[in-house]
Design a protein around this ligand. Structure first.
Ligand SMILES: Nc1nc2c(ncn2[C@@H]2O[C@H](COP(=O)(O)OP(=O)(O)OP(=O)(O)O)[C@@H](O)[C@H]2O)c(=O)[nH]1
Ligand SMILES: [Mg+2]
Length: 463
């Protein structure tokens, strides 16, 4: 819960996306929600809770009929926000929802800020901060993997895990309190080895959760996967094959791709941002040179690089130098045009390894052979540690979570170090208190306004 006071004004917004559609939902929430509704849809203001009532919607000042719509009242605290809330399901489209919203504003509501309904839900204890973030991911997520993780998080999967960690820290704290408070008791104080073991167990569980962070965070934006290689090495053909559409221009002329082309694709439900780039070579051509510069910029930001070399061709010095500089677990050599190579795919693989380059996969983009193995390699390299995890195990999907966990772990580690030193137990224990505090902030047990602004600022209006 936040320490901010509960809001005393009433907000309204259109909750559905703009555009042509059968139905749109306009929401109003706050202490005056019922009064606002009474002025706009008198027939619905005293309807039974959570029962839809068909009502005429009128402008409170002109009396103009704006729509005939289904109105539902959710009295506090049994609503999404925990406040008195009304939902009007109007006809959709560009105008009707706007006019109905205008009527609610004229009747005394004010326009909601982005995320303000969910912020109020949080302030009223309907959701914790991790659940509120999951709501944002459910709305914004574009990959099934993020959707699964968000549903799990909304069901308090991550919150429960953080609660458990916090509970274990408090347990360790209480062991110390016992040693401090009852030093004269007949029973011996809790042995330090037991306290240390408890703290180390918590650190181990924090590490396991933190290990999901780099890949969990990629679920939101997608793994930036850059196709690179010499001109004509088959990058654009591979890009098209992965997308399943002829998005990039392909010709036999080296230097066809000039600018970087970006597209989103999911592989087995996991999100990737694929980037096709200009072939890397020394060039006098100014435009091509600029394209190569863009390619290098993408390469430096890439999560994964697919380095294309035609199958059956010995890698050149330029290619060896490129590969020598790349991290092996973020680079995959793709031996392209495998159908043209004299040797079969398996031999090509062997050849690449003999040449001392990295893990490789042979593909024929046009014919499609090797594509399943390539997709599999992509998945393992980008998301290997969390494959199959969402749904069963909590994932760390935001920098905010990772930072809090790292800080909390750091405090527990400092506590363990202090056990070896002459630091008095009472002082050492303050680090456990700090660790528990980090986890409380993460879950939103107590939050300051700027944390809330950051969490809710990215929401859409109406949620
Ligand atoms: N037979 C065969 N030809 C391919 C395959 N992949 C690409 N090619 C051909 O190789 C040539 C170059 O392909 P691109 O995909 O344009 O190569 P690129 O690496 O994007 O080239 P630049 O944009 O110039 O850097 C084209 O003539 C493609 O048809 C393949 O799997 N099999
Ligand atoms: Mg190209």
């Amino acid at each position: 819960m936040s320490n901010s006071p509960l809001p005393d004004d009433t907000i309204a917004a259109i909750a559905t996306a703009a555009g042509r559609g059968a139905v749109a939902v306009v929401r109003v929430s706050g202490p005056q929600a019922r009064e606002v509704l009474r002025r706009v849809a008198p027939a619905a203001a005293d309807a039974a809770p959570r029962v839809q009532r068909l009502a005429a919607i009128r402008h409170p000042e002109t009396g103009e009929l704006l729509d005939r719509a289904l109105v539902t009242l959710f009295p506090a605290p049994g609503s999404y926000t925990g406040e008195d809330t009304g939902e009007i399901s109007t006809h959709g489209g560009a105008l009707t929802p706007q006019l109905v919203l205008g009527a609610l504003l004229a009747a005394g509501a004010r326009p909601a800020l982005p995320g303000e309904f969910t912020r109020r839900a949080y302030l009223n204890g309907k959701l914790d901060l991790l659940q509120a973030e999951a709501v944002a991911d459910l709305i914004d997520g574009r990959s099934p993997a993020l959707h699964r993780a968000a549903v799990h998080q909304m069901e308090r999967g991550l919150s429960r895990r953080i609660d458990e960690l916090r509970g274990a820290i408090i347990q360790a704290e209480s062991l110390i309190a016992y040693s401090i408070d009852f030093p004269e008791e007949d029973e011996p104080p809790v042995p330090p080895a037991r306290i240390r073991a408890a703290a180390e167990a918590v650190m181990g569980r924090m590490d396991a959760l933190l290990a999901t962070a780099p890949e969990g965070e990629l679920l939101r934006e997608g793994a930036l996967t850059v196709l690179a290689g010499r001109p004509n090495s088959g990058k654009s053909s591979l890009f098209n094959a992965l997308l399943g559409t002829e998005r990039a221009i392909v010709t036999e002329i080296p230097g066809t791709t000039r600018d970087a082309l970006e597209a989103s694709v999911t592989v087995d439900g996991y999100p990737f941002r694929l980037v096709d780039t200009a072939g890397l070579r020394d060039t006098e051509d100014r435009v091509e040179g600029m394209g190569i510069e863009v390619a290098r910029r993408y390469l430096s930001a890439a999560d994964l690089v697919l380095f294309c070399i035609e199958a059956g061709r010995e890698p050149g010095d330029d290619e060896r130098v490129f590969l020598a500089d790349r991290a092996p677990n973020h680079t995959l050599v793709v031996r392209t045009k495998a159908d043209l190579a004299a040797t079969g795919g398996a031999d090509v693989d062997g050849e690449a390894e003999e040449a001392g380059v990295m893990r490789s996969v042979a593909v024929a983009a046009v014919a499609g052979s090797g594509m399943p193995a390539l997709r599999d390699a992509l998945l393992r390299m980008a998301f290997g540690r969390i494959l199959g995890e969402p749904g069963e195990a909590p994932l760390v999907t935001r920098e905010r979570h990772a930072r809090a966990l790292r800080h909390a772990r750091g405090e527990v580690a400092t506590f363990v170090d202090a056990l070896d030193s002459t630091v008095p137990m009472e002082l050492a224990a303050t680090h456990l208190r700090a660790a528990a505090g980090e986890l409380e902030d993460l879950i939103g047990a107590v939050s300051v306004d700027d944390v809330l602004d950051r969490v809710f600022g990215d929401f859409c209006v109406g949620k």
